[in-house]
Design a protein around this ligand. Structure first.
Ligand code: NHW
Length: 398
């Protein structure tokens, strides 16, 4: 059978029923697609589910339940197209990602098999105030949607999405943001992944990279070599005491973008205070003890699925940053990202990833990032909004 174009709306049996823009829609006006409903009009009971399964609220503070989510994801979450790698978020990372200030337990929704109690489905939501073209909107960010491989294509994903939407609507929230590698109706922005080799030998050994025709391994190693220590004077690990200054810096820098998560001090403390093997954040402090720049990255290893001498690729992903506005322009940004590469290499990461959004185009080439083959699409639920150019997107979803 001939594959239908991805933009053909008729093929989206579930998404065609949801308040999202149609694939063929030219968006001109902005705002909610459906009006908010009074709580009394929102379904009070959970949606029915097949008799062999049951809905559960996952308690991530319980070590065994945290482990159940970790196991589900590490065996069944996102793989690359060739099925050579699979994301392997750590249990601690999952807690960090799903328990920011204001988190709610009933937005950590699972499906268990009634008899065995095995966790076979999950979806997570967290609260976030998101700025969309200057309008501040209370939303949730949805992440970690996963259905066990043995239960695929049984329409469990739409059930998880509907049930979590119901739980969120009951708290008076009607908008959401999410990202996915798959194309759905209809992205507000699409950005390409970029990868910067730090350990080319391991990346080639695991099949993540190839030696280009006019290259040798020795030349690749030389090409990607970075110094052992950061170059910017005053660059150091961020501490809790830096939170107020870092919040100000991030707010100021982020405000020029059209799509971003508005962080308050409590959230900056949560998302940026360093946690070993989860999140790494650094600041530049000048002689007057002022924080002038901040840069961070998080740790998301990928498990190597096929046979290999290596079990994992340790990947760092660029996270929140703000270069100083001391007049050095693009050079300053390049410098702090270069330091991030150096610090990631020193922490034993094999590759440093980022997507082509924010001001990233200004350092991608000079710092030798290579274009990946995956896209990341950004979506808003129940909010119509004209396309946002990738350089105006600054929304991080881990
Ligand atoms: S993206 C990562 C998603 N997870 C994975 O890729 C893990 C590996 N795959 C799986 O576990 C980050 C399954 O393949 C999943 C689909 C569960 C993906 N988003 O059950 P069926 C996120 O977590 C649609 C949304 O038979 P399945 C963001 C698909 O188009 N929809 O498929 C999550 C089809 O609908 P259609 C997706 O393979 C955002 C239907 O699911 C999707 O067994 C969620 C098929 O269902 C995806 N990534 O399970 C939305 N992938 O209309 C939140 C497939 O085409 C919305 N589908 O017939 C907001 C909610 C809150 C609102 C509050 C106001």
């Amino acid at each position: 059978a001939k594959r239908r174009p991805k933009e053909d709306m008729s093929q989206y049996k579930f998404w065609g029923t949801q308040p999202v823009p149609r694939t063929d829609e030219v968006v001109t006006d902005e705002g909610p697609i459906e009006p908010n409903k009074p709580i009394s009009e929102i379904r009070a009971e959970p949606y029915p589910i097949h008799k062999d399964f049951e809905w559960v609220t996952v308690d991530l503070e319980d070590e065994a339940e945290n482990r159940d989510v970790y196991e589900l994801l590490s065996n069944n979450y996102v793989e690359d197209d060739e099925a050579t790698l699979r994301f392997d978020y750590s249990a601690e990372f999952i807690k960090w990602a799903l328990m920011p200030p204001g988190w709610r337990r009933d937005w950590h929704l699972g499906v268990r098999v009634k008899t065995s109690r095995k966790l076979v489905g999950f979806i997570g939501g967290i609260p976030a105030r998101v700025s969309v073209r200057g309008k501040e909107i209370s939303m949730v960010e949805i992440n970690f949607l996963c259905v066990h491989k043995k239960l695929r294509s049984k329409r469990l994903a739409p059930m998880l999405i509907k049930e979590v939407t119901r739980r969120i609507n009951l708290t008076g929230i009607f908008q959401a943001a999410y990202t996915a590698g798959v194309y759905l109706p209809k992205p507000v922005a699409t950005c390409r992944y970029y990868h910067r080799s730090l350990n080319p030998k391991k990346l080639v050994d695991t099949g993540f990279s190839y030696i280009p025709r006019n290259m040798t391994m020795a030349r690749m190693i030389r090409l990607y070599k970075v110094p052992e220590e950061p170059k910017t004077p005053g660059m150091r690990l961020m501490t809790a005491a830096d939170v107020p200054q870092v919040t100000k810096l991030l707010r100021k820098y982020q405000s020029k973008f059209e799509l971003y998560h508005m962080l308050n001090e409590e959230e900056v403390a949560h998302w940026l205070t360093p946690i070993d093997k989860v999140v790494y954040s650094y600041v530049v402090e000048d002689e007057k003890k002022r924080i002038t720049d901040v840069v961070s990255f998080y740790s998301l290893p990928s498990a190597v699925i096929g046979k290999s001498a290596h079990s994992h690729i340790n990947a760092a992903y660029l996270f929140h940053y703000a270069p100083s506005d001391l007049g050095a322009g693009d050079k300053r940004l390049q410098q702090i990202i270069y330091d991030a590469l150096i610090l990631a290499k020193a922490a034993s990461f094999d590759v440093f990833n980022c997507i082509e959004f924010m001001d990233n185009a200004k350092f991608i080439e000079p710092l030798k990032f290579g274009r990946g083959n995956g896209d990341l699409h950004f979506y808003l639920y129940n909010y119509r909004c004209a396309d946002v150019a990738r350089e105006n997107v600054a929304l991080f979803m881990v």
